[in-house]
Design a protein around this ligand. Structure first.
Ligand SMILES: *[C@@H]1O[C@H](CO)[C@@H](O)[C@H](O)[C@H]1NC(C)=O
Ligand SMILES: *[C@@H]1O[C@H](CO)[C@@H](O)[C@H](O)[C@H]1NC(C)=O
Ligand SMILES: *[C@@H]1O[C@H](CO)[C@@H](O)[C@H](O)[C@H]1NC(C)=O
Length: 505
């Protein structure tokens, strides 16, 4: 038995545990839970200096407990809701999230909802019980509102995995609408495709924002829910799998910690949603931007970096509360570790040639040189084969801020599969005596930067160096610059005109 096979197998077992085939076996258990009056949730008000410890519980119906825990009714209140658990213990992210929330909102009340007892059941049972737990949290919210008069706009529920659906039920069963629910990779099994009343949905709060980080399908199931379930749904790195969570590192974990660590296989990408949110709390200055796009494929071609008409938004805590009747899907790329922010560039290149060529798969490399630094040898991912006399669009991601873009270096290298036909072309054109004419040429490179919304055109620095076989330097086109600046002035004139008309009215 090889590791990868075993891994796949264990993974399948894990997935199977999630599936609802097990449901029937547990129907009785649920009925028993229903029959006995039983506290499904406890509310621990954590303190900034002891983010790991449960030192004070707020008990619904007991106003004294609010005073004892020094609940501040004028500041924001967060309810952190965990997900399914095998161990029955809080995972390490809970304290990290509590710390991060207090770091950003010092006066806040960060309440950790403890429903570990129920969450420790087999997955389908725990999933089935999310409604009951949610209803109990709703009663807590109602009591809290009545007792302290806190405006519910100040209430923010943050739920991870199954906890995201618990938050949804809490929101929908509370008498008044809560301000915000953040769903961190809401669980998929038993919820994907379910009616809005049976999962997290935009109806559950004034604003519902969702991060999808592990929607990789397997046997038709995915650990995180694939469908959008909020007002704004962000799919970092396409939402299916996260950088740094690859099979290689999984195998390394296994060789170090043994097969017991198998639970970490699904957890890495799933849990990334939490760390992206923590990042947005603690690295406020390095917020990741996400962009609205019709599909992840289009995003990967760099075609969706516009911020016009609310088409982009800040990922995480500082998201703008944009509410449309239909869910809005946004995409972004991230680094493999904190801070996760990257810079997105759309690179548009027109390949021209006197001779028709298609089916080319060269290796394309770009270096970006800016006022603050440079990023070298970034590979352009070919989503389709290169055809001449056509403009191709690519997405380029830089992991650091290089300041204002000054120069672009571009390199075209033949891949081995194509070089044979290229050689043939060379030979035939040599025979016909027009080798120069068969060359593919690039005269301009157009770049749009997502983070700054700047658009620039780059021209070949030395017009005589047209052979793409070596690295070619492109600098900002002089005439293009003049043209855009003229348009800019014209635009200003019109704006001033409109402004002056407006002031007359
Ligand atoms: C409660 O929070 C507010 C800010 O939200 C703060 O001004 C006030 O000092 C806090 N009260 C106490 C008793 O800490
Ligand atoms: C590509 O476009 C250029 C300029 O418009 C033209 O001269 C050339 O013949 C075209 N090549 C092909 C193969 O059509
Ligand atoms: C190149 O291909 C296009 C369409 O495939 C065709 O219209 C054009 O005439 C071709 N040009 C040359 C120079 O072969």
């Amino acid at each position: 038995m090889t590791f990868p096979k075993c891994l796949t197998h264990m993974f399948c077992v894990y997935i199977t545990l999630f599936s609802d085939h097990f449901m029937d076996n547990f129907k009785d258990l649920i009925r028993n839970n229903n029959a006995t009056p039983h506290a499904f949730a406890k509310f621990s008000l954590r303190k900034p200096l002891m983010p790991e410890d449960d030192i004070c519980y707020i008990t619904p119906g007991n106003p004294e407990s609010l005073k004892e825990c020094t609940f501040n009714s004028t500041s924001k209140t967060f309810l952190v809701i965990h997900g399914w658990t095998v161990s029955g213990l809080f995972e390490s992210w809970v304290a990290k999230l509590v710390s991060a929330l207090y770091k950003r909102e010092q006066e806040a009340n960060v309440i950790v909802v403890d429903w570990l007892f129920t969450a420790q059941n087999h997955y389908p049972v725990a999933a089935q019980n999310t409604k009951m737990v949610g209803q109990e949290i709703a009663r807590f919210i109602d009591w809290l509102e009545e007792e302290t008069n806190i405006p519910l706009e100040n209430l923010h529920l943050i739920g991870y995995s199954l906890g995201a659906h618990v938050a949804g039920f809490a929101g929908s069963h509370a008498s008044n609408k809560v301000g915000r629910i953040t769903g961190l990779d809401p669980a998929g099994p038993d919820f994907e495709g379910a009616h809005a009343h049976r999962r997290l949905s935009p109806d559950d709060a004034h604003f519902v924002d969702v991060l999808h980080t592990f929607t990789r399908g397997s046997l038709g199931l995915s650990i995180g829910i694939q469908q959008p379930v909020g007002h704004v749904d962000i799919y970092p790195n396409g939402g299916s799998f996260q950088p740094g969570c690859n099979l290689q590192s999984t195998l390394e974990t296994i060789s170090k910690l043994g097969l017991f660590a198998i639970n970490d296989v699904p957890r890495c990408s799933h849990e990334r949603s939490i760390h992206l949110f923590i990042d947005s709390l603690v690295n406020e200055q390095e917020a990741s931007m996400a962009y609205r796009c019709g599909s992840n494929d289009m995003f990967d071609r760099g075609m969706c970096l516009s911020c016009r008409k609310n088409h982009c938004n800040t990922m995480g805590y500082d998201i703008s509360k944009v509410r449309k009747t239909r869910s809005v899907k946004l995409y972004t790329k991230t680094r493999a570790s904190m801070p996760f922010r990257v810079y997105h560039y759309q690179v548009k290149i027109h390949f021209s040639s006197k001779v028709n060529r298609s089916e080319m798969e060269p290796s394309l490399t770009v270096s970006l040189i800016g006022t603050k630094g440079e990023v070298d040898d970034l590979k352009l991912t070919l989503k389709e084969k290169i055809t001449t006399n056509k403009t191709h669009s690519f997405l380029l991601v830089a992991e650091k801020d290089i300041g204002d873009l000054l120069m672009v270096k571009f390199k075209w290298e033949e891949s081995t599969s194509w070089s044979a036909s290229f050689m043939l072309n060379m030979v035939s054109s040599w025979w016909s005596g027009d080798s120069a004419e068969s060359e593919v040429e690039v005269h301009k490179i157009r770049i749009r930067i997502g983070e700054t919304q700047k658009k620039m055109v780059f021209c070949i620095k030395d017009p005589h160096a047209l052979s793409l076989q070596q690295e070619i330097t492109f600098v900002k086109c002089k005439d293009e610059w003049r043209k855009t600046s003229k348009r800019f002035i014209f635009f200003h004139l019109i704006n001033d005109f409109i402004a002056s008309q407006g002031s007359i009215d």
